[in-house]
Write a protein that binds this ligand. Sequence first.
Ligand SMILES: Cc1cc2nc3c(=O)[nH]c(=O)nc-3n(C[C@H](O)[C@H](O)[C@H](O)COP(=O)(O)O)c2cc1C
Length: 392
Amino acid sequence: MVRTLEGKKILLGITGSIAAYKAVEILRELQRRGADVYTAVTPNTLEFVSEVVLRTLSGHSVYKEIVPKENPEIRHTSLASLVDLFIVAPATGNTIAKIACGIADNPVTASALAIGKGIICPAMNVKMYENPATVDNIELLRKRGYVIVDSDEGELACGVRGKGRLAKVETIVEAVEDYFIPKFLRGKKVVVTAGPTREYIDPVRFISNPSSGKMGYEIAKVARAAGASVTLISGKTCLDAPSGMNFIEVETVDEMRSAVIENIKGADVYISAAAIGDYRPVKRSESKIKKGAGRLVIEFERTPDILSEVAEGKLARFIVGFAAETDNLIENARKKLKSKKIDMVVANDVKGKVFGKDETECVIVGENFEEKVSGSKRKVALEILKLISQKL
Ligand SMILES: Cc1cc2nc3c(=O)[nH]c(=O)nc-3n(C[C@H](O)[C@H](O)[C@H](O)COP(=O)(O)O)c2cc1C
């Protein structure tokens, strides 16, 4: 587990929602990433989740009364200056309304008024969620600078289907990690390609590669967190489509090329992190090729070179390519930089089984710089984007 929240103090406000038990999971995940988590509750919360659980797991007293009988040092104002982030998860319709109005009648709402910013994760029945009062309150909080982690659609505790479920724990934790990323790409348009391409031999067989898409997805997500407007064009992967960006799924190189050309207009940065196939079968059989006794010979041709097309047409201000190499990493990266006339190459040594892993090791090569980066793909994504923003 990468300790992305090391040294951060977080106040987790929990309210009287059936999803309150998930706050315990959120607390644990934040701690696993290195955060020190404090909890604040409304008078209703402890009907849904036990104080003993919150106190034991957080290692701190639960802030449960405006005037605490024990630990009088815990107050909304002292917590406001102590913590780096305030998050309400789950946030009931009632608490959201109170925060929007500036009511401060319990530890969660008083903390909100004292801190005035943070992350709100709504959770409620679909009728409550779609009520114009809630819609307006959430919009008001968004306008005031709160980050809203939108509810998911699905089966709700009351048995109906609809929007209102608390977002997934991973999504909430990712929003917390994103909160701490400086907004160095605000106003910039970034287009990223990720994942493998597939070239079909017949309707049931294709040639592809083991790219998981993780590196490109991390770049797209970190760019979003850094304030960019992001388009992610991805081959088929097992990863969830990230929210808050223009996500386009493709299969073949031709589809990827069309999506790039259609979406690149006005881009500040183009990052080609996809493992785009260099060859495809000359002929795609319309029906399944029957198994025979002898060998099967397939003739391949080159696929269109999307990166070169983007570079030659200067379709983005800053163009970054990835190079998966098994030998002479830096030398080959420099060759690619020159031959493709691009601004930066991120070279991976794929002998070290980088495909599908959460960690990577690479060298970022530009005309007059060279930087080694290693660690989680998220950390590497941040380093790559910081370097790009300096060179832009
Ligand atoms: C079993 C049960 C589950 C509830 N779940 C939710 C919920 O998920 N979201 C919500 O907004 N209200 C929910 N409520 C209603 C809130 O508990 C109620 O509005 C309460 O006033 C919220 O108080 P608080 O925001 O101060 O915690 C639920 C009530 C009950 C009895």
